[in-house]
Design a binder for this molecule. Structure first.
Ligand SMILES: [Fe+2]
Length: 405
């Protein structure tokens, strides 16, 4: 397309649409593009400081966009978008692109997002919300750097949802019918919430019955000091068969070997990027850890026996493609925290994933893998709006459904 053709197209758009209709759509599209870009960028294994400054710059551009559009295009004076030569063509073209994204692409993506279907193997789901602050008799804000954020109105950072999900799987051994897996993720031990909060949550998990397996999918520690909490907190857990853990990106920014040692001392097997074959009620199960992309090399399943149930712990749901290629039956992930701040009707916004919001939380099926993405217990910032912290108990049931699993 030549510059003249583009200019003619832009002018025809302007003639057919009043500026006050075009601009709001363009604002939405502009914000949408930069938020998706930020989500994808945050999925990359980049230095923490680079991510932090990129986030600030991105948010500045998102919020400055409408003002810049209005000033550069001089819309309030001219009542037009003025792309008649005084405004660079690329800016005019960008406004139209944003408008197309804002009025067409973003709404279509939102509809697809809202219509996502949970995994068909998920046959029942119950959730019990416990207001830990109420149970303890005080708000366990602790001494973390952002503890004051806990007091914001509507912040749900202490309202933990204890979820129980039943998966009906036709191909598991009959002995596994009723097998329970406790999935914990993203504790982010950093002082807020305080240690008593985590003690309470672990005790409550045990109160529901000792699970057969405990799976912890990373972001355990989020300060240089709070690795000291790992043993007393995780030490409260009990299990019948085994407990396994991997690390996440926030652990990777700390003393990794120290965190791994502490987790082992609490009794959990630190999988890293490796796999183990374990005995579960007399049948083999392969338990795989995948800490990519922050830790490499990726696990090699070349020597795993085919046909044996494979359970994957991955910090990020972005490893779903790897899981499918490696015939993983069940994948547990965290990392994205459900977005932490979810807008009523619209859902999550900031989700650090190459898939953006697609796998923000919930249970999904991408043949042959069932993936459960937990919202996690904590976060670097104690902000939870319409997105409660979560721990999940998964129950496997043997059943003859028409789908493969
Ligand atoms: Fe996290």
């Amino acid at each position: 397309m030549t510059p003249e053709t583009l200019a003619a197209f832009l002018q025809s758009v302007e003639r057919s649409l009043p500026w006050w209709l075009l601009l709001p759509g363009a604002f939405v599209g502009h914000g949408y593009l930069f938020i998706v870009a930020l989500n994808v960028f945050y999925a990359l294994p980049l230095p923490r400081k680079l991510l932090k400054y990129t986030r600030k710059a991105d948010l500045l551009i998102v919020f400055a966009g409408p003002v810049l559009f209005a000033i550069l295009l001089d819309v309030f004076d001219t009542q037009r978008l003025s792309w008649n030569g005084s405004v660079p063509t690329f800016l005019s073209a960008y406004v139209v692109l944003c408008w197309i994204v804002g009025v067409a692409i973003a709404p279509v993506c939102e509809i697809f997002y809202l219509l996502r279907r949970p995994a068909p193997q998920l046959v029942s789901e119950t959730a019990l919300t416990v207001d830990v602050a109420k149970e303890l008799g005080y708000a366990p804000r602790g001494s973390g750097r952002d503890a004051r954020l806990c007091a914001l109105p509507l912040n749900q950072c202490f309202q933990v949802e204890f979820t129980e999900k039943t998966l009906l799987l036709p191909r598991i051994p009959p002995a596994w019918d009723g097998l329970t897996i406790l999935h914990l993720t993203d504790l982010h031990l950093c002082g807020t919430p305080d240690r008593v909060f985590y003690h309470y949550v672990m005790d409550r998990c045990m109160k529901a019955g000792v699970p057969d397996l405990v799976m912890l999918t990373g972001d355990i520690v989020d300060s240089d000091w709070h690795h000291r909490w790992v043993v007393p907190i995780l030490g409260k857990l009990r299990w019948n068969i085994g407990a396994f853990a991997i690390l996440g990106n926030h652990d990777g920014w700390r003393d990794v070997s120290l965190i791994r040692r502490r987790v082992r001392r609490a009794g959990l097997v630190m999988l890293g990027n490796n796999w183990q074959s374990i005995d579960v009620r007399g049948e083999r199960m392969i338990v795989v850890g995948n800490e990519a992309p922050w830790f490499t090399p990726m696990p090699d399943l070349g020597k795993c026996t085919d046909g044996v149930f494979r359970l994957l712990l991955s910090h990020t749901p972005d490893q779903i493609a790897w899981a499918r290629a490696n015939k993983i039956d069940l994948m547990l992930a965290g990392h994205v925290h459900g977005g932490q701040i979810r807008l009523p009707l619209l859902g999550s916004v900031f989700v650090p994933s190459r898939y953006s919001r697609k796998y923000d939380c919930g249970t999904f099926f991408a043949d042959p893998t069932i993936m459960h993405v937990g919202r996690g217990l904590g976060g670097q910032h104690p902000l939870r709006f319409f997105c409660k912290p979560e721990v999940t108990r998964i129950i496997l049931r043997k059943g003859n459904q028409p789908f493969a699993a």
